[in-house]
Design a binder for this molecule. Sequence first.
Ligand SMILES: N=CN[C@@H](CCC(=O)O)C(=O)O
Ligand SMILES: [Zn+2]
Length: 411
Amino acid sequence: MITLIRNIKELVQVEETPKNMVSGKEMKILPTIKNAFLLIENDLIKDFGEMKDFKSIPIDNVVDASEKIVLPTWCDSHTHIVYADNREQEFIDRINGLSYEEIANNGGGILNSAKKLQVISEDNLYKQSAIRIEEIMQLGTGAVEIKSGYGLTKEAELKMLRVIKKLNKNYPIAIKATFLGAHALPIEFKNNKSGYLDTVIQEILPIVAKENLAEFIDAFCETGYFSVEDTERLLKAGEKFGLIPKIHVNQFTAIGGVQIGVKYNALSVDHLEEMRAEDIEVLKNSKTMPVALPSCSYFLSIPYTPARKIINAGLPLALATDYNPGSTPSGNMNFVVSTACIKMKLTPEEAINAATINGAYAMGLEKTHGSICRGKKANFILTKKIPSYGFIPYSFGNHQIDQVFIEGLKV
Ligand SMILES: N=CN[C@@H](CCC(=O)O)C(=O)O
Ligand SMILES: [Zn+2]
């Protein structure tokens, strides 16, 4: 089927020659074509250009985009969308003065989600998660990474990963799975962290690899959770099974997590709210994408990732939601892009680059997603009638999307 999107006011993030990512000063450049067309064949982008250059061919479906902007769908490279029920009570506890750490120490936090996840049926977990997938597709997300890590037992971790696999099969959105067995220490292992890591490495990891349930491996490398040494043990074990690291680091404390990520060729290091000069330095000359999660900073009232320092050092940056029941119960990439501009001082061009092509890189999807490029997936957002693409982050919290296309079809 051939679909033509015509009279596009501005077609954003176009690429003649595909690139893997954008870094430093390049992030301020967002290639666009004004008064453009976009031609789709089945699930792929066939052509694009200026309207005046469009050569008539037989078309099955025409969409008029007068006064509207078209941009690639968002690439959300860090989420925990598969979870059981919610944690609004902890939200209220925080309003009343408890800290995220105090809540976790009282059995709340990740362990609270694990308790709920261990008892929910796979079917019910799938149903709850599918609603969130449908929600983020409507919000313009066309590719997403999803982590395990709320199971914390063999059965429950595998249940999560199987749900992720089933979502990937049933929805057109691209889904990448990450095994996050080392997300928190289960109560049964309270004084036996190395015993829990033995379970993760010897009992769960081999099944994850054998059943092809995840491409990436993650750990919450943080004071009070998993140390740099624990993380290294895990990444080494993952490496043997060909799992690529994408890790939680520097959320509350900077303890060397970025260094261990770079040492093990992590595809991304995520959170980075607390960054020392040496953490920025070690990322130079690496292939590791720094990923900021501004909705998490917003929700927990913790510092924002120092995005300006990262980009001004010549590094790339990706933006993601961190959608999860504890620190970020929102999967809205439009809000992430706005918040990155408002609170982290990214320009709209930098924020859109960070949420599209760099997000695609951070989950290994840069060859097929993240830009308007011939041969890439026909994943794009058609906005309402708006004055410019800068209006998307400017009108924060408002919904500027008219239609979302994933793999060539309106969702
Ligand atoms: N920081 C670790 N994990 C999640 C939050 C987990 C939770 O509170 O449930 C995050 O990325 O913010
Ligand atoms: Zn996370």
